[in-house]
Design a protein around this ligand. Structure first.
Ligand SMILES: [Zn+2]
Ligand SMILES: [Zn+2]
Length: 102
Protein backbone atom coordinates (compact mmCIF):
# COMPACT_ATOMS: atom_id res chain seq x y z
CA UNK A 1 0.00 0.00 0.00
CA UNK A 2 1.23 3.45 -0.92
CA UNK A 3 1.67 6.03 1.79
CA UNK A 4 -0.81 8.90 1.68
CA UNK A 5 0.50 12.11 0.11
CA UNK A 6 -2.44 14.04 1.65
CA UNK A 7 -2.52 13.08 5.32
CA UNK A 8 -0.07 11.46 7.70
CA UNK A 9 -1.65 8.33 9.17
CA UNK A 10 0.62 8.36 12.22
CA UNK A 11 -0.90 11.67 13.36
CA UNK A 12 -4.15 9.80 14.26
CA UNK A 13 -6.15 12.90 13.37
CA UNK A 14 -9.32 13.20 11.30
CA UNK A 15 -8.56 15.09 8.08
CA UNK A 16 -11.91 16.91 8.03
CA UNK A 17 -11.97 17.69 11.76
CA UNK A 18 -8.66 19.49 11.14
CA UNK A 19 -9.74 21.21 7.94
CA UNK A 20 -13.25 22.27 8.97
CA UNK A 21 -12.96 22.77 12.75
CA UNK A 22 -9.28 23.24 13.49
CA UNK A 23 -9.67 20.16 15.66
CA UNK A 24 -6.32 18.32 15.82
CA UNK A 25 -7.36 15.80 18.47
CA UNK A 26 -6.19 12.21 18.05
CA UNK A 27 -8.96 9.68 17.47
CA UNK A 28 -9.68 6.00 17.85
CA UNK A 29 -12.48 5.70 15.30
CA UNK A 30 -10.49 6.55 12.17
CA UNK A 31 -11.27 4.95 8.84
CA UNK A 32 -9.35 5.17 5.60
CA UNK A 33 -11.07 7.06 2.79
CA UNK A 34 -9.95 7.09 -0.84
CA UNK A 35 -10.35 10.59 -2.23
CA UNK A 36 -11.43 9.54 -5.72
CA UNK A 37 -14.64 7.49 -5.75
CA UNK A 38 -15.45 4.59 -8.09
CA UNK A 39 -13.78 1.22 -8.53
CA UNK A 40 -11.10 2.28 -11.01
CA UNK A 41 -10.36 5.54 -9.22
CA UNK A 42 -10.17 3.80 -5.85
CA UNK A 43 -7.28 1.71 -7.19
CA UNK A 44 -5.61 4.83 -8.56
CA UNK A 45 -6.15 6.61 -5.22
CA UNK A 46 -4.39 3.71 -3.56
CA UNK A 47 -1.51 3.72 -6.04
CA UNK A 48 -0.86 7.46 -5.73
CA UNK A 49 -1.62 7.81 -2.02
CA UNK A 50 -4.73 9.95 -2.49
CA UNK A 51 -6.37 8.95 0.78
CA UNK A 52 -7.12 10.45 4.15
CA UNK A 53 -8.23 9.24 7.56
CA UNK A 54 -11.63 10.27 8.81
CA UNK A 55 -13.70 9.92 11.97
CA UNK A 56 -17.07 8.15 11.61
CA UNK A 57 -18.97 11.43 11.56
CA UNK A 58 -16.89 12.66 8.62
CA UNK A 59 -16.67 9.33 6.79
CA UNK A 60 -20.05 7.58 6.62
CA UNK A 61 -22.32 8.64 9.51
CA UNK A 62 -24.66 11.59 9.03
CA UNK A 63 -24.86 14.75 6.91
CA UNK A 64 -21.26 15.87 7.53
CA UNK A 65 -19.91 12.56 6.21
CA UNK A 66 -18.03 12.68 2.92
CA UNK A 67 -20.04 9.72 1.57
CA UNK A 68 -23.28 11.67 2.14
CA UNK A 69 -22.10 15.15 1.22
CA UNK A 70 -21.15 16.04 -2.35
CA UNK A 71 -19.59 19.35 -1.29
CA UNK A 72 -17.18 17.57 1.04
CA UNK A 73 -16.49 14.94 -1.60
CA UNK A 74 -15.54 17.70 -4.06
CA UNK A 75 -13.35 19.35 -1.42
CA UNK A 76 -11.38 16.13 -0.93
CA UNK A 77 -11.11 15.61 -4.68
CA UNK A 78 -9.75 19.14 -5.11
CA UNK A 79 -7.23 18.61 -2.30
CA UNK A 80 -6.23 15.27 -3.80
CA UNK A 81 -5.57 17.00 -7.12
CA UNK A 82 -3.51 19.74 -5.42
CA UNK A 83 -1.39 17.16 -3.57
CA UNK A 84 -0.97 15.09 -6.72
CA UNK A 85 0.03 18.06 -8.90
CA UNK A 86 2.55 19.22 -6.30
CA UNK A 87 4.30 15.86 -6.70
CA UNK A 88 3.64 15.11 -10.37
CA UNK A 89 1.98 17.60 -12.75
CA UNK A 90 -1.35 18.93 -13.96
CA UNK A 91 -0.90 17.13 -17.29
CA UNK A 92 -0.37 13.83 -15.47
CA UNK A 93 -3.51 14.43 -13.41
CA UNK A 94 -5.65 15.10 -16.48
CA UNK A 95 -4.17 12.08 -18.26
CA UNK A 96 -4.96 9.77 -15.33
CA UNK A 97 -8.19 11.19 -13.84
CA UNK A 98 -9.56 13.14 -16.84
CA UNK A 99 -11.30 15.82 -14.81
CA UNK A 100 -10.30 19.09 -13.21
CA UNK A 101 -11.59 19.70 -9.66
CA UNK A 102 -9.72 22.91 -8.85
ZN1 LIG B 1 -13.79 14.19 11.77
ZN1 LIG C 1 -14.67 6.37 2.24
Amino acid sequence: MAKSIMHNKEDRTCYLCMLLRDDFATRRDLQEHHAMPGTANRKLSERYGLKVHLCMEHHTAGPQAVHNNIRLQRLLQANAQISFERKYSHDEWMKIFGRNFI
